[in-house]
Ligand binder design. Structure first.
Ligand code: HEM
Length: 145
């Protein structure tokens, strides 16, 4: 129980836990993105194959944009045409199976664990909660006719 951060009312404040760790990530962006990408690509042969023809500049762009999108979508829940197209492209153009989104999330957490000294299970849960809306959108928007 010692590791759980209680607020005055004994609640766990996942916004605070996320914000603290995200501040750290923003101060160590290059390290975080490169660690994530390395873990993500080596986590599954399917992911490796998907990025076979992607150059380094494009990889960096994808990782940066995807985090920007995930955080923004958590706050606004607004998807413009470009975002809907992005989700459709992942399915139809990049051939991303929906189960690879779990690999994506787990790779984010593994990267965070590697670089963030205060990483613990609540921190992992805070990131899962924050990433969930964007991940669900990407996985399911193309289910809708
Ligand atoms: C919420 C999760 C994700 C977000 C927000 C995201 C976002 C993006 C963005 C912004 C791009 C650039 C699009 C463009 O240039 O048109 C991209 C490209 C790509 N993404 Fe994702 N992505 C996510 C998850 C994944 C997953 C799980 C895979 C699995 C392999 C994946 C594979 C790819 C591939 C193969 C490309 C194309 C790279 C290229 O141009 O060669 N993405 N993604």
């Amino acid at each position: 129980m010692d590791s759980i951060r209680f607020t005055m009312s004994n609640n766990i404040d996942f916004s605070e836990i996320f914000n603290d760790s995200y501040d750290f990530v923003l101060r160590n962006e290059e390290l975080f993105f490169s660690t994530f990408y390395e873990i993500f690509v080596s986590s599954s042969p399917q992911v490796k194959a998907a990025f076979k023809h992607t150059n380094m500049a494009k990889q960096n762009e994808m990782v940066r944009e995807s985090f920007g999108f995930i955080i923004c979508f958590f706050v606004t829940k607004i998807a413009d045409e470009q975002l809907v197209k992005l989700a459709i492209d992942h399915k139809d153009k990049f051939h991303v199976d929906s189960e690879l989104y779990a690999v994506f999330v787990n790779s984010v957490l593994a990267a965070l664990e590697k670089i963030y000294p205060k990483y613990n299970n609540e921190c992992a849960v805070a990131w899962r909660i924050t990433m969930a809306p964007g991940i669900e959108f990407m996985k399911h928007i193309y289910d809708v006719e």
